[in-house]
Design a protein around this ligand. Structure first.
Ligand code: ZN
Length: 444
């Protein structure tokens, strides 16, 4: 048993009855301290949090780490999704293991420093020589100490067969399933303290065959892992499904055996009320990606309507070629602004936006123990200072994080371990990483 640490009397905290802070021991939150209270553990070391606002660690439920190499790529600018993808697929086909390691480390560092303690990644580009892509991502995450759900992405419907991606980036179904099985056996952990989980993630209706959608669902059920894919992102995708499969995206998903509570979907922009009711009944969750949707002009995810129907909604930064950033705290503000603009002040508050990035995201990845500050929960915390210029004059410290635009955590804890201290990741040479990553990007 390790000695306890009392994160004492924070300026603000997103938890009930914890104004006096929290006690951490053995990777878990042991006790919440009410205002004026003291820990039951007399020997607790004190971390003075009087300058910090404490959030549950934020959870990112959709990303493509490799895309940090192709931010603001000239050929992809001002394109809708299909044109943007067609411009970038040939560039991504040149991805190497070294470049992916740099890309994943950059994305993970950005996420951690923005207050994210658990992230997913959806890697679906497997050009020759990159068979170990998911292993590379897991190694990068383990080095930085962040919790991950890596999703083994896949594409097997290329231009030759009426799909969107070129032949050079797709794999055949047997290869995909064998590697998925290998990754689950080697890396997937269970239980509330799991640091690595594996999910299966065929890329989208326009890049994957029906057969692979079905066999992925069967494999996931056999091993008890989750399923993820892009769905209903654009009107183009709606038309593609009508033309190719004779139905709308959610009907297609149902035909593939994907309409159940082990599934979460990225985007969910183009859903009507009847579809939302079916999703809620089935327990399918949705990741809202506000920056990516706005940059690609894809539309707006109807978050309040989804929640009213009973669908869990989480947040995702999405890939860094569409969002162009991997900052989850900025994504909270973007979601707040977009959804308040759509639904008004009565239906969206800063607390809703924080909820989407915490308990909402936790529901997406099937980890209800994360995203909350409660006794017994894993000790994943993000601490922000509000003594910078942008917060000067702010009243409510929790509201200030969202309204004034916090974007840089001062301290981040994952499983009781500090992984960001004084705004930096201990042991990570940031300028060396940027040099290595920039060189890899130029080589692409
Ligand atoms: Zn995506």
């Amino acid at each position: 048993m390790s000695s306890p640490v009392w994160i004492r009397e924070p300026l603000g905290i997103l938890a009930d009855n914890a104004a006096g802070g929290v006690v951490i021991r053995d990777g878990r939150i042991e006790e919440l301290i009410p205002s004026g209270g003291h820990p039951a553990a007399r020997d607790a070391a004190v971390f003075d949090a009087s300058a910090h606002v404490v959030l549950p660690g934020l959870i990112n439920t959709h990303h493509h780490f490799y895309q940090t190499l192709t931010r603001a790529t000239p050929a992809s600018l001002d394109q809708p999704l299909f044109g943007w993808l067609t411009a970038l697929y040939p560039v991504w086909a040149r991805l190497t293991p070294e470049a992916l390691d740099a890309a994943a480390t950059v994305a993970l560092a950005e996420l951690l420093m923005s207050g994210c303690t658990t992230t997913t990644d959806h890697h679906y580009v497997f050009p020759p020589g990159l068979d170990q892509a998911i292993d590379i991502e897991i190694a990068a995450a383990q080095k930085l100490g962040i919790r991950v759900t890596v999703t083994r992405g896949s594409m097997n419907l290329s231009q030759r067969d009426g799909g969107l991606p070129p032949d050079s980036v797709v794999q055949d179904e047997d290869t995909i399933l064998a590697d998925s099985e290998r990754l689950i056996a080697r890396y997937n952990q269970s239980g509330p303290d799991a640091m690595v989980q594996v999910a299966l993630a065929p890329c989208s209706p326009f890049s994957v065959t029906t057969s692979l959608m079905r066999s992925s669902a069967e494999l996931a059920a056999r091993h008890g892992v989750r399923l993820h894919t892009h769905l209903a992102e654009t009107a183009d995708e709606d038309r593609f499904c009508q033309d190719m499969y004779g139905c709308r995206p959610l009907d297609y998903l149902e035909q593939c055996g994907w309409l159940h509570d082990n599934v979460w979907l990225a985007h969910g922009v183009h859903f009507d009320a009847a579809v939302m009711t079916r999703m809620a009944r089935a327990g399918v969750a949705v990741t809202h990606c506000p920056c990516s949707n706005q940059i690609l002009g894809s539309g707006h995810c109807p978050v309040c309507d989804l929640e009213q129907a009973g669908v869990h909604v989480g947040l995702g930064v999405d890939g860094s070629a569409s969002n162009n950033a991997s900052n989850l705290m900025q994504e909270v503000r973007a979601a707040f602004l977009l959804q308040r603009g759509r639904y008004g002040v009565e239906r969206v508050s800063h607390l809703d936006a924080l909820r989407w990035a915490t308990t909402g995201s936790a529901a997406c990845i099937g980890r209800p123990e994360l995203g909350r500050i409660a006794a017994g929960a894993p000790a994943d915390l993000a601490l922000f200072r509000v003594d910078e210029l942008r917060f000067s004059g702010a009243g409510d410290p929790l509201a200030a994080l969202v309204l004034c635009g916090a974007h840089h955590a001062d301290r981040v804890m994952v499983g009781g371990r500090w992984v960001v201290e004084d705004g930096a990741i201990p042991g990570l040479d940031l300028s060396g990483l940027i040099r290595r990553h920039t060189a890899a990007s130029k080589a692409l």
